[in-house]
Design a protein. Structure first.
Length: 389
């Protein structure tokens, strides 16, 4: 490989949430953190070269969005997904979760229903609840290692909602949704006039044998009734730069949302955010491909390790991303006991499966976007604790 993903980079002491907040989140500093969804890999050289160039200028005054930003997004989506989007359809927002909050406030009222599909990324619960909306759940069905949608329940529930928060690809399960599934969602939501918010932050992280299809690209029912949220943050490990974007083909929806953002000046980008994204999209594809190969090897390593050493721990093999949902139900522990097992016995910090909804009970989420040595150390710690059970 051209890039060294085996390099151990010291992150402690860099105001790093993953490492420097261990005691706050886990009650101890002696755990190996394998939780929050960023990687322990250095961003591609093209990104920090573009940032260095701006830093060295020495003046960081008011700026507008880099003229290279929108063309880079358009070219990236055309190149990778065959999706034709227009400059006017793209807008900046400083994070996917803030975008979800703004959309809910713009397109729904207090008391309205927001449909989600647990187990799912925990802000899908917390953001609507914090805005006094009703969270309506269409639980996913785990069948032979893949999540499926119960469409009868989906259509029944969607009738009482204004917005559907769609995790595409899915987090924490790593599911890459197929075209037939996307079409059924589009048709049902169009029929009942429910806005689809398609969170596609993990879309660039699909693994071998899988292909991401942007929701809005499948037809007019989808394009004219959706807001797509994307970012380079997971892809190139630049979440700290707070650079995300929306794509909205429907002119009326786009105008309403842009007006909402403009009133609070919520669509202004920092000097560094759009520069880094343009550099990553224009020059970082080789780095991305090699990173994904390394992550897939990590997933293979973990799957084989669990099978050979801790057979009562299995995993849902992700089809996208570096997040692995560990199935620990065979340990027959309560969720509190399961958390204690990983934190207090194994000394490994993972995400609590129940944070993704009650459907995540018995599961834990592990981040394998790290050097192989770090992953092996985490698995060895888990094995030692497992052997004591």
């Amino acid at each position: 490989m051209k890039y060294n993903f085996d390099e151990i980079i010291e992150r402690q002491g860099t105001d790093c949430l993953k490492y420097d907040k261990r005691e706050e989140f886990f009650g101890t500093n002696d755990i190996l953190p394998m939780w929050i969804a960023d990687m322990d890999f250095r961003a591609p050289e093209c990104v920090y070269k573009s940032l260095h160039q701006r830093v060295e200028h020495g003046i960081y005054g008011y700026t507008f969005i880099s003229p290279a930003w929108k063309p880079a997004i358009i070219d990236w989506n055309k190149r990778r997904y065959g999706w034709d989007i227009k400059e006017e359809e793209i807008g900046f927002v400083a994070g996917i979760v803030p975008a979800i909050s703004f959309i809910i406030q713009c397109f729904s009222n207090e008391g309205d229903g927001i449909l989600i599909q647990p187990p799912v990324y925990h802000p899908y619960f917390h953001v609507p609840e914090g805005l006094n909306r009703r969270v309506v759940t269409n639980p996913l069905q785990l069948q032979q290692g893949e999540y499926k949608i119960d469409f009868e329940d989906f259509e029944n529930k969607i009738k009482e909602c204004r917005i559907f928060l769609f995790c595409h690809p899915h987090n924490p399960g790593g599911q890459v949704w197929e075209e037939d599934t996307l079409r059924r969602i589009a048709d049902i939501c169009h029929k009942h006039n429910v806005l689809v918010v398609s969170d596609e932050i993990h879309c660039d992280m699909t693994l071998k044998g899988y292909k991401h299809i942007p929701f809005a690209s499948i037809g007019e029912n989808a394009a004219q009734n959706s807001i797509t949220l994307m970012a380079a943050s997971k892809t190139f490990n630049i979440a700290g730069l707070k650079s995300s974007y929306h794509i909205i083909p429907n002119e009326n929806i786009r105008q309403s949302y842009n007006d909402y953002l403009s009133k609070g000046e919520l669509n202004f980008a920092s000097l560094f955010a759009t520069e880094a994204v343009a550099a990553a999209y224009n020059q970082g594809e080789e780095w991305l491909q090699q990173m994904l190969e390394y992550v897939e090897d990590n997933i293979d390593f973990m799957q084989n390790y669990l099978k050979e050493n801790t057979p009562r721990l299995t995993m849902i093999r992700p089809q996208a991303s570096y997040l692995v949902f560990i199935d620990a139900r065979a340990l027959n522990l309560t969720q509190k006991q399961l958390i204690d097992f990983f934190v207090k016995e194994a000394k490994v910090g993972l995400n609590d499966g129940e944070s993704f909804g009650k459907e995540g009970s018995g599961f834990m989420r592990m981040n394998v976007g790290c050097p192989r040595a770090t992953l092996k150390e985490a698995l060895d710690r888990i094995k030692r604790a497992y052997d004591k059970l």
